[in-house]
Design a binder for this molecule. Sequence first.
Ligand SMILES: Nc1ncnc2c1ncn2[C@@H]1O[C@H](COP(=O)(O)OP(=O)(O)OP(=O)(O)O)[C@@H](O)[C@H]1O
Length: 253
Amino acid sequence: MLYVNKLIKTFEDLHAVNDVSFQIEKGESYGLVGESGSGKSTIGNMIIGLLDPTSGNIRLHGKNLWKGKKFIRPYPGQMQIVFQDPQSSLDSRFRIRDIVTEPFKAFSRKEQKQKMTNINMAEIMQRVGLHEEHLDRYPHEFSGGQRQRIAIARAIITNPEFIILDEPTSALDVSVQAQILNLLKYLQEELDLTYLFISHDMSVIRYMSDKIGVLYQGKLIEEGETEMIFKNPKQDYTKKLFASLPQLSSQGS
Ligand SMILES: Nc1ncnc2c1ncn2[C@@H]1O[C@H](COP(=O)(O)OP(=O)(O)OP(=O)(O)O)[C@@H](O)[C@H]1O
């Protein structure tokens, strides 16, 4: 479904992403793992259209997403992203209703209106473990975990096919992390979603991914089925990542 082919991103003389190729099949959860600075977010940002590749290409259902510096959006809402920090990814000035329905802005006026009329907001909120009454509140009234549920509601509202999850639990309390991971698993099943799951945490990646790509200094140094990589890691760097397990993030929420 998604093909990443010989992708390169350089910042000045830094090769942040250095000739990376992989593919994600429909319905699959692909885990991209590597330590901080290995290039994970840069790859996610090029796929979602926030950052243009220096070279290489990204294809969704065979169609190039980039033509030079121009991002060719597939169809509105087909791809979504959930970022690490729900504190900064939810605009504090807006009510939850406006935040969650924000992706509809990608549609034409007419479609927007149609979607706003037809959407069952109570169902969306309930899907992510929240309530309809929450829609009229503001982000600061929620905990870190709840805020990430709101960000997830925003990501699923357009019925996307593909979601990039960029360290979605790394900023959360350990006690909340598992709940959010389970929610994401449930939604993947329920809504037939394809995931690119980005994390530095091997235990999270193992739990969430069918397939894993290990990124080191911008290069994909190892790739395979999750259990294969765990049973028989070939690269020393991958072994080192395992050696640091268990390492659930201890950052506050
Ligand atoms: N806009 C930018 N300008 C310059 N350098 C950048 C930019 N974005 C990322 N980088 C650099 O590119 C490299 C890869 O960063 P990236 O954020 O993709 O890594 P990461 O694996 O996602 O790590 P983290 O989890 O810490 O975000 C890093 O050295 C980073 O400093």
